[in-house]
Structures are given as C-alpha cells and as structure tokens.
Design a protein around this ligand. Sequence first.
Ligand code: MIG
Length: 695
Amino acid sequence: MIRRYDYGSPIETGAIPCPPPAQKDTMPYFSLHRAGASLSFSLPLSKDTFIFGLGETVRGINKRGHLYRSWNSDDGAHSEDKHALYASHNFLIFWDCAQLLGVFFDDPGFVEFDLGYSHANEAVITSKNGDLRVYLIEEESLLAVTRAFRKLIGRSYLPPKWAFGYLQSRWGYASEQDVLNVVREHRSRDIPLDGVCMDIDYMDGYRDFTVDTSRFPDLAALAATLHDEHIQLIPIIDAGIKQEEGYRICDEGLANNYFCTQENGQPFVGAVWPGRSYFPDFLKEDVRAWFGAQYASFLDAGIEGFWNDMNEPALFYSPSGLAAAIDEAEALRGKNVGIEDFFRIRRVFDQLAGNPNDYACMYQCVGGHRIRHDRVHNLYGMNMTRAASEGMQRHAPSRRHLLFTRSSYIGAHRYGGVWQGDNASWWSHLLLNLKMMPSLNMCGFLYTGADIGGFNCDTTEDLLLRWLQLGIFTPLMRNHASYDARNQEIYRFDSWQAMRNVVTLRYALLPFLYSEFMKCALTDACMFRPLAFDYPQDPTACRIEDQVLLGEACMIAPVYEQNARGRHVYLPEDMLMLRMRSAGDYDRVPMAKGHHWIELELDECPLFIRRGHVIPWAHAAQWVDAVDSRNLALQGWLDDQAIYALYDDDGYAPDVELSKGLTLIHVHRTKDGVCATGDGLTLNTKLIVCDEAAP
Ligand code: MIG
C-alpha cells in the first residue's frame, strides 16, 4: 500500500511519473514539528530498528547512527564524517519486528536525516523548506517494500550490453595517441577491454561539445578505428558552459535565455573548468531539448556513450565570492598576520567552492515561475541526465546508449546510471563501493560502480587487484584515476597477469551478470541486496555489512584489507564457493551454512552460489560482443533439479521485453550424471557439483 501526503507547496520533481492522489488524513507513525519554514518528521526507533536506503551516501548499509544530508555536493573527500555526496536519494526503509515502513521524502531542497544521531531512539527527518510530498509504503517484506517503491518511481535505465565490459579511464588522456596506447597495451596483453573514457582533456579549452583538434584531429576516424577493435569511446560532458562570445553553445544559450539567472534576471556566472561559465537551466523543457540535441554530433561521429560530470552543479567560485575573498586577503597585506587571521583567510578561500550563498543567488524556472535554485538544487544533475538521455533517444532511437552521471536525484535512474564519484585509493573505499551497491539499487540505480583502484591518491598494486575482484560484479566496471594520481592501468603493474585473469572472470560471468541485471531492471528488483532482504529471520545475516547478495542465487564477499590472505564469511545457508583466479582457474568448494574463515591468496576472489541453484558461465573473451551466450557451462551445487532463467537480447534494441528474452534452463540429475536443457542453448554441465561432494 502506498500513501502520499503533501506539505506546503510541493514542487513537481519528476521522481514519480504518475503520483497517486494525496491523502486527506494525517500521516500515521511520524510526528510532525514545524520551526519557521522547516518541517520535521520524527519516528521512534526501537533498539532493533534497521534503516536501509539513502542511495549514494557514506557509511553503512544500515544507515542508523549518523546524520545524512541531501544536498548534492562536489566533495571528493568521502570520509566517514561527511554528510552528503553528489546525490540525493531520499528513500528509507525502517524495519524492526513490530514495523516495516518505506518512506520517500520527495523534496528537491535541503533535507536532513538524523537517524539516531542526536537521540539513539529517534529518527528525525527535516525538510528545510517544508514543501514536499511524503510517500509511505507498507508491504509484507523488505523485498516487497523495495519493489513497490521501485515500481512507483519507474523502470531503471537500460544500458547497451557492451557497457558491461571493462572500461579504462583516466583524467589526463590528452591525445589520440594516449587513447590508442591504452587500447594497444590492453589488446597486446589480452586484457579484455570494451571502452575508453575521454575526460575533459579532449575538449577545446573545456568547452562542451568541442574537440581540441590539435590533439584529437579526427574524432570520427578515431572512433571508427576503435570500433574495428571492438572498443567504444566515452567522452565526458560537463554542466558549465564557458562564458565566451563566439562560442556557439554560449551564444545560443544567451540568445534564448537558456541559462540560470541571478535575481536581476541576468545570467548567473560561476567558475568551473572553462573559467567563468553559465549553467543551463535544465528544469526547462526547451533547454533540455537544446542541450540534448548537442550530443548528436558525437553520435554521428560513431560515439555511443557519455558521462555527465560537474552537475551538482559544482561551482569553484563565483566572481563576487572570489572578489570578496581577495579583498579580505588584501586587507592583511603587509601586516604581521596573526594565526587566527591566517586560518580565517584560509577558510574563506576553502569555502569558495560549492558555497551555499552562491546557490542562493541563482534562479531557475519551474513551470513558468522563477524559483531560487537552492529550493530545487538536487534536481540539477537529474535533469542534465534527462536532457542527454532524451536527446540521444531522439537522435538515435533504434539503440540504447551508455550514459552515467555524477549527480542525481531519484528519477534520474530512468535516464542513466551513476558512478560513485571521486573516491580515493583507500581500502575503506573498496568497502564503501560494496555498501553503496544495495543502497543505490533500492533507489533505482542499477547501472553503477565506483572508480576501480580509487580516483584520488596513489593506488597500490594489491588494492587495484582486490578492487578488480569486486569490480567484476558491478554493472559499471571502470578503472579511473585523477590526473595527479599514479598511473593505474592494469598493464602498469608487475602483477598485470593476475589482474588480467580477474578481468577474464567478468567476461565468463557476463551472460549471468547481464541476465541478472536485465531481469532486475525489468521487474523492479535489486541486483544487489543486503542479506537482511533475503534472510530476515537470521539475526546474524541481517547485521552483515561486508557481504551482499547478487542476483537470485549468489553472494559476494570481497577482501578489503591490505595484506589479508583471507577473510571471515558468514553463509546464511549452504553454498558453493568458487574460489576464482581466472575464467579457467578456480576451485569449487561446497560449504555448510555458518561461519567460515576463507583463505584467499592475493589473486583469488570468492563467489558463493546458493545450494540448489546453477548459474551460467561462458568462455571468456576479449570484448563483450565476442562472448558466446548461447554456448554455456553451468556452475552450481545441485540436489535434484534447478532452473535458471537466462535473459539475453541483442544488447542494443531499446524496446526490450522480459518474456522475449528469457530462456529457461532446466537442470536435473539422472542416473548417469546431470542433464541440462534450454532452447537454442548448448549447455555443458561438467562444472556442476552434486550432493556427494558435500562436506
Ligand atoms: O573537478 O573531469 O568526478 O571523474 O576525472 C574535477 C575531471 C572534475 C570530477 C569527476 C572525475 C573527473 C574530473 N572531474
């Protein structure tokens, strides 16, 4: 059951395509408190209440005990003390033995989630503006609540199949030659690869939709060369438009009033990579149509994937903010500057970026009305993504495109995926990557992954290897690093062969991963789930933060500590462990429900398959299109029989239907072994473990 309650004058956010009518009664369970414009909703927490959700945030799968804020922020330091990252996903599930409640706070402004932080036995959610819709979802189970919410917010974005390949990226591939080198180094070592991301370096002076032809002389020719190698180019597009007469995008935007404004109606100016820039008002439909149409020139050049960045929107400084800071510093010139003044002035400069005062000087247009940006701040990235998605659909309707964004709000999941932003080459961020997966899935974001190896800071060889061992399971599998970080392409390291072998696993698992992804997207399910979702009666399973369920039949448990040669794993039921080194090299270990210490050498990673289930396993390949998903081996631990529903399609067509893509694989035991059938499939059952092998 879903009920909607409205407060103040809610803004149409687009999170929910067809909202149910608002209730007339008062909302149960929560008590309300007004203070000025702000409106708080509080809910008592028992000592056993779990809180799930909130999508892209720091800390645990269980969100209880911290203060989170919805305020999309360009903050590259994802430390535990942070309250907000790039996205606002205001969906929560409260669960204990007495109550199960899904709640979505549809509010595009500043919202605070005090989840047992001020008072351990109370959750208080505060909307700063008090204009919002709240949706209450009550169902029988965690899975059902999530599915009902997902159904409400609409189907998740479907990427093309090639987007499940391994992608290599770096801020700093500064020329065509750099890109070609990356491709050659992978192909010559048989490291599988499906795409190379182009960061802002390809642009001419960081102007969107331009190419610096001195370094990338012919993008279409480069794209064609790479297509021959089965590799896609994936350029970045930023939100800010360089302020410069004669730059077409700028001129068109000014001529048509496409940019966000100041209070006086003049276009708002803030500095990002191109210097002083304008910000398209993506809340306006004509602006989205115009901006989205710009992607066409790249599509015509043979490019089929993009990433949208800086769309919180990030602001490095505003001219007035910077001028004030310089004045303050100037006032100290020649003085014997005291330490307090020194720290103050340092803070003034630190606080120029993403300053709330600047967002309060920016105006957008919603339904013909001017509205201060900070009331709708969290919708900016979503609407840039929408512009791109709709633009591509209009220009090339017969294909799916790869699109992932940094900033998002619930609703953006219908238009693209998300990457998890500027993480660091820290072991804790490998674990954070894992924890974000189920939380993002609950909020609709299925196509996601983090920068493998870590974006900021210098990675280490073992961190990259361990991170790849997680990355093989995440739909977006991209190695990405900052310009000032150590080179972290696989081929830079002594143990590149071990890393390559890990990547081959991704391709062996590809039919399985694609199948699980598409089934989840098409049935509003979560590909990654906390153990609590499937084992709510198992108190040990419910509190696990470093293992997650993958698809219907699997569980993953990566190693996330340096120098570890294994880890503790809790099995909520009997499972077959694959201790994997490469697509052709793994051990199959049937294991009983319970606690286990598992030895895992640096080049080994585990995948657990529930007893009684099988999963498909392909021959590894160098790129996605070369994976033969009709000719499969089956892995698993079989009792009498099992069924696997394999979803597959051509990987491009946008109008997919679950029933058209499903092939049922039936497996059963016979006197002489195992027999498997599936329409049009060649199936090899040699990898299936039978009961006799049980511990
Ligand atoms: O201010 O384009 O998160 O992936 O490499 C940094 C340069 C801007 C932030 C993105 C990152 C990208 C970087 N960008």
